[in-house]
Design a protein around this ligand. Structure first.
Ligand SMILES: Nc1ncnc2c1ncn2[C@@H]1O[C@H](COP(=O)(O)OP(=O)(O)OP(=O)(O)O)[C@@H](O)[C@H]1O
Length: 266
């Protein structure tokens, strides 16, 4: 598998603004999953989010992407408060994600799975498409070309026309990343993308994330594979029990006494 330069394939964000969580709290019954948590994801950075099991990492992704409503605080994309926006509207605002367990539609082709990520562009041309106008056909083919390029960018071009359920687990992870990129995101949030990957696939994943960064995309990386996180990330935020511990360079976070105590071990 080779990670091709997505930088030449994905439009860089026009506006360099941050994705912010400000004082966000989220409770499930008696469980305080997030307590007044603040963090920011910048365009063109790879930002690790680490913490022990159950510390709230996936919940952070779920509140940033609109899967869970927040109880308090605010989520902003640049100057826009997106706290009350649906998942789809957050995608329109430039926030895309992948899941801990890849959510691939098994009976569709790999290409069609990626095209699902481009629904925003496809929907814009719905009427012309219904009447099969030449402009709709051109748009459809340009979406397909771009989806194939994204698949090439994540090393999956060879599988474009296969059924998605023919893919191995690791391959599905790469297709999910291509699908996230198809929405032309400013930010991509990845939930344990290295989980279940071989060493070679992890290397390829690192190249894909670097290419995303080079394209100006802000990448949030939730990952237990700490060597991978510290090697790749520009900044790392550590949390525990839904509370912020620290944020800084990998070197600083790795040596932080509280991070060592609760997560990395003495
Ligand atoms: N939908 C939910 N309903 C009830 N409790 C939830 C829900 N989602 C998360 N929680 C609880 O919130 C806390 C944080 O969970 P979360 O999955 O965000 O942690 P995590 O850091 O991602 O864990 P892991 O590293 O094991 O994936 C946990 O106590 C979890 O049981």
């Amino acid at each position: 598998m080779s990670a091709l330069p997505i930088a030449t394939r994905v439009r860089a964000p026009a506006v360099t603004e941050y994705l912010h969580a400000e004082g966000v709290s989220k409770q499930f019954g008696a469980v305080k999953a997030l307590s007044e948590l603040s963090l920011e994801l910048r365009p063109g950075e790879i930002h690790g989010l680490i913490g022990p099991n159950g510390s709230g990492k996936t919940t952070v992704l779920n509140v940033l992407t609109g899967y869970y409503p927040i109880d308090a605080g605010r989520i902003r994309v640049g100057g826009t408060d997106v706290s009350a926006l649906s998942v789809q509207r957050r995608v329109q605002a430039g926030v895309a994600r992948t899941f801990q367990k890849p959510r691939i539609l098994p009976t569709l082709s790999v290409l069609d799975n990626v095209l699902l990520g481009a629904w925003r562009d496809a929907a814009a041309a719905m009427l012309p498409t219904m009447f099969a106008t030449p402009s709709a056909r051109r748009r459809e083919s340009s979406l397909s070309i771009r989806a194939r390029e994204l698949l090439a960018g994540v090393g999956m071009a060879h599988a474009a026309d296969e059924r998605a359920d023919a893919l191995e687990h690791g391959e599905q992870r790469f297709v999910e990343i291509a699908r996230a990129l198809a929405s032309r995101p400013r930010f991509v949030l990845l939930d344990e993308p290295a989980g279940g990957l071989s060493n070679n696939e992890i290397e390829s994943l690192g190249e894909v994330l670097q290419a995303m960064k080079a394209a100006g995309i802000g990448v949030m990386l939730v990952e237990h594979h700490t060597d991978f996180v510290f090697r790749l990330c520009d900044r790392v935020t550590a949390i525990d029990f839904g509370r912020f511990i620290t944020c800084g360079t990998p070197q600083a976070v790795r040596c932080h006494p509280e991070v060592i105590r609760v997560y990395l071990g003495a």
